[in-house]
Design a protein around this ligand. Sequence first.
Ligand code: 26V
Length: 814
Amino acid sequence: MGAPTYSVDGFVREFLHELNTNQGVTLSRSSVNDQYLALASTVKNYLMARWLETNRKTQDAKVKTIGYLSAEYLLGSQLNNALLASDLHDIAAEGLRQCGLSLPTLRAQEIEPGLGNGGLGRLAACFIDSLATMNVPCIGYGIRYEYGIFRQTFVDGRQVEQPDTWLALGAPWEFPHPEASVVVNFGGTTERYTDVDGEERCRWNPEWNVLAVPYNYMVPGYLNGRVNTLRLWSAVATKAFDLQIFNAGDYAQAVRAQTFAENISKVLYPEDSTPQGKELRLQQQYFFVAASLRDFINNELEEGFDLHNLSDRIIFQLNDTHPVIAVPELMRILIDEEGFEWEEAWEATRKCFAYTCHTLLPEALEVWSTELLGRLLPRHLELIYQINEHFLREVHETFPGDEIRARRMSLIVEDREQGVRMAHLAAVAATKINGVAALHSQLLRDKVLKDFADLWPDRFTNVTNGVTPRRFVRMANYKFADLLNDTLGSGWVTDLERLRELEPYAEDEDFKARFREVKAWNKRRLTGLLEARDGIALPEGHMLDVMVKRLHEYKRQSLKLLHIVSLYEQVLSGKIAAADVTPRTVLFGAKAAPGYRMAKDTIHLINKVAEVVNNDARLEGRLKVAFPANYNVTLAEKLIPAADLSEQISLAGMEASGTGNMKFALNGALTIGTDDGANVEIRQLVGDEHFFLFGMTEPEVADLGAAGYNPASYYESNENLRDALNLILSGHFSGGNRHLFDSVVLNLINQDRFMALADFQSYVDAQARVEERYADQEAWTRSAILNVARTGYFSSDRSMRDYLQRIWHTTPMI
Ligand code: 26V
C-alpha cells in the first residue's frame, strides 16, 4: 500500500475522496465538521504506511519496548501535530484553499482529547512524542475516557463544570480494535488447590468482569517515518454478563449491568493531588493495567518468547502510583497462570518496572484500604501481603531490631483503617525510582522515601522533566520558529541544545527587533482569540503577566492576587500615582477540582477582583486582570508565546517540577519564581541576572514550619499586606458583602499552610525588579533571548535520553 502522493493535487484528490466515501457528501453540500473529519482521514492516510512499517520493523528487530503506563494523557489537538510530523502543512493549506476552504477554520473544529488533569498527563504526551521522534519503540497504555477533563465555565464568577463531550462530533484519530479485546476480572474469592503435579497452587475465582476494548492512536515522530502507538482502553459489558440476565428476562437489569461495566471508562477523575480512595478509581486503575499487561504478554507468548526474560522485551514505566497495581498483577500472571515459583516471579517482575514519583505532598500519595482491595482484587491483596513479608524480612536483615523503621516502611499502614501504601509498593518493586527535577529527587531521597534510599541508594535517580519543542515552540510559536530557522537552520527542532547558538544574537540589534516583532505578533493573535473566545479585550502596550496551571493552594494563585490587590489599594489610597504603575495585564488560567472548596473560592475571588479592578477608572487603564475560562492545551499554545512574564511562585519544596515554567522560558518569557522544582535548574542555566528569584528556600520553609509559623504576624507588621487583605474583607470586591471571601482571607491570616504571607514582601520586591527591567526594553529583550538560548536542556528529548541511559538501559532503533 502506498501513501498518497506528496503534492497539492494528490492531497486534493485524497481529501475529496475521503469526503465522498467517509462522510458521504460532496464538497458543495459538506459541513465544516464533514470537512474536518475528511481532512483528518486524509492526513491519517499519509501516515498509515509508516505506522504499518514501524510495527513490522519493531517486531522483526526484537528490541526492548517502553510500556508507558499512565492513567492520563493530555494530548492536545491532533490535527496540527500530525500535519507537522508528516510535513503536510503547506500542502494541506494550499489544497484546502483550492477547494475554497481554510485550514484554520477546519482546525478550529477539533476538540482536543483532554484525557488528563495537568502536568502529569501533559508530560506523558510530551514523552511519547519524543520517543517517536527519537525512534524508540514505545506503547503508551491508558484509558479512553468518554468524558475528559470537565469544561470550565464561569457563572457570576464561580466555576461551573460542564461535561467534556469530546467524542460527540466523531473521533477521527482513533482506530478501535474490538477483535483484540481482553477480559478484565473483578471481585470473588481465592482458592488453594493441588495441581496435576502435586504442587500447591492458588487460583482466583472472580465474580464479575468487563471487556477492555483497545483504541489505537498514532504517535507520529517528527519527519522521521516512525509512528508509535498509544493504546487506550474502553470498558464494555461482557456478552456473557448481560446476555445471561437478559435471557432470564430482566431487561432492565441487563441494561444496568451494562451501565455498571461501562462506567469504568466513563469519566476522568478531575481531582489532582488529593486521591479520595474511590472504588471506581481503583477499578479504572486495575482495568487499564490488567488489559495492558494481558495485551503485551499475549503478543509475547504468540511470538514464542519466554516470560522468564520478559525484561529483555519490555520495561513498564509507572507514571506515578496510579498504575502500581500492575506489580501484583504481573506476579499473579506469572505464578497462578504461568506456574512460576515465587522467587522466580519476583525476580522477573522486579526487572520490568520503574517508578516515577510526581509529588511531595503527603496527601497526594495513594493509599488503598485493604477492605476495598480485598473486595475488588482479593488475589492481589494476598500477593501484596506476601511481597510485604519478603520485603520486611530484608529490612530486618539490614536493620536488625529497628522495629520503628520497619513499621514506617511497611507496605501496610494501620491508620483509622488498614491500607496499602502504593508508593511503597512501587518503591519495593521498581528497578529505578525517579523524581522529576533535581530538587524534587533530592527531597524524595532525603524525606518522602528516605528509608528506601537508605536501604537501596542505587535505586534512586533524577530525571528532570522536559517539554516537546515540536508542539510548544515549532507549532505554538511558528513565527518564532521561522526566526530561529532563518538564524540557526532548522536542526533545533530535534536538537534543542542548539538554541545555545542564539546567545550572540542577544546583542544583535536587528535580531532583537525581530524578536520583539514576533512577541508583538503573538500578543495580537492572542488578543484576537480572547476577544472572540471570551469577549475579553487585552489592552495594547501592556506587560503580559501570566499564571496558568491548576488551581491549588501550594501553587499560590492567592499570592499573585495579593500583589494585584495591593497595587490597586495603593493607587486608591494615594500611596502611589496611577501614572507610576507599569501598564500590566495579569492573565490567569486555572481549573479547580470540583470538590476543592478553597480552590473554587479562590477562582471566585479572582473573578470578582477582575470585575472591580477592570472597571475602576482611577487606575487609568494601567492594570487589568483577565481570566479566560477553560484553560487547556489548545489555549496554552496561544497564550504562552504571547507572555512576557511567567509566574512560578509555589512555596519552595512543594512543586515537584513544573513544566509550564519550561514552556514559557523557551518562548521568551522571563520567570518570576521561587527556588522550587525545575525553577532551580532554569535559574542555574539562564543565570541569576535573567531570572527574578524571590521567597524562602526549602530549608528555610522547613525551619519556619518547625519554629511555628504565624501568618498573623505578617498581617500585623506589613502595612501594604494588611491594607490589601482588609480591602477584600471590607466587601470592596463583593458588592459590600463582607463575608463572601472570609474562607480565603481568614485562612491566609490564620492558617496559610503554604506561607503566602511570609513570602509576600519578597515577591513584591521581585516584582519591582521586574518593572525596572521591563522599563528598559533593550535589557528585557536581551534577557528574554538569553532565556531561550539557555533552556534547550528542557526538551523532553533530553528527558527521554536520560530515561534511556539511567533507567531503561536501551537505545533507539537505527
Ligand atoms: C493524582 C491524582 C490523585 C487521585 C485522583 C486523580 C489524580 C490525578 C493526578 C494525580 C497526580 C498529581 C501529581 C501531579 O500531577 N504532579 C505534577 O507532575 C508534573 C509532571 O511531573 C510536575 O511538573 C508537577 O510539578 C507535579 O505537580
